[in-house]
Design a protein around this ligand. Structure first.
Ligand code: TYD
Length: 201
């Protein structure tokens, strides 16, 4: 079996996290071993960095560098070993989130992030990225029910609109890798759409 690297992306409130475990079960039913992980995070050091980057005020470039520092560790300790065993790894966010949030949201130069991307994982890209897309009003309404918001969730509507636009731009650039999933329906409706993309078990 060859390893399979799947990432889930979308604005805060797009609903991707609701589908992670379901997706993992889907691949387990197909007889695959599955590791579920997330970014920022996924390793003990990465989870410490996550706490910092989600809650402490910092320069936008510091934020980007911490995302990639956590990612460097995650790739080394989790992602590559899982893929080398031929297993499936499903990550709740990866580098597309850096382009969407740090470039789209915060306005950093994508060329700079491109250099970080090449440095940290030039030869490694997800096999499939599921981009959960919802209109801003739906995402905001869902977030209103969430627990204490982090630094990103506290951002204004126009920040999230820029993040969404940057994600959709990535999807247009990498159509063979990124599948846009309409996340505005109910859980069963979105699962039907997902099954159309990943295939029935
Ligand atoms: P998120 O994945 O939404 O977790 P939860 O569902 O627990 O809130 O939170 C992670 C936040 O980090 C999210 O707002 C997007 C942000 N983020 C970036 O800004 N850049 C990145 O590279 C990554 C991986 C995440």
């Amino acid at each position: 079996m060859t390893g399979l690297f799947i990432t889930l992306e979308g604005v805060d409130g797009a609903g991707k996290s609701s589908h992670v475990e379901w997706l993992a079960d889907h691949f387990r039913k197909l007889g695959r071993r599955v590791t579920v992980t997330r970014e920022p995070g996924g390793t003990p050091l990465g989870e410490k960095l996550r706490e910092i980057v989600l809650h402490d005020a910092m320069h936008a470039e510091t934020e980007a560098l911490i995302m990639f520092a956590a990612r460097r560790e995650h790739i080394e300790r989790v992602i590559r070993p899982v893929l080398a065993r031929g297993d499936v790894i499903i990550s709740d966010r990866f580098t597309d989130a850096s382009f969407a949030y740090q470039c789209g949201g915060r306005g950093l130069d994508p060329a700079k992030l491109g250099e970080l991307e090449a440095w940290v994982h030039g030869d490694l890209q997800p096999d499939l990225t599921l981009l959960f897309d919802v209109p801003g009003e739906i995402a905001q309404a869902r977030l209103a029910h969430a627990r204490a918001p982090d630094r990103f969730e506290q951002e204004k509507v126009d920040f999230h609109a820029r993040v969404r636009a940057a994600y959709l731009d990535r999807a247009r650039r990498y159509p063979e890798r990124i599948q846009v999933i309409d996340g505005s329906g109910s859980l069963p409706e979105v699962r039907e759409i997902l099954l159309g993309v990943i295939g029935q078990p």
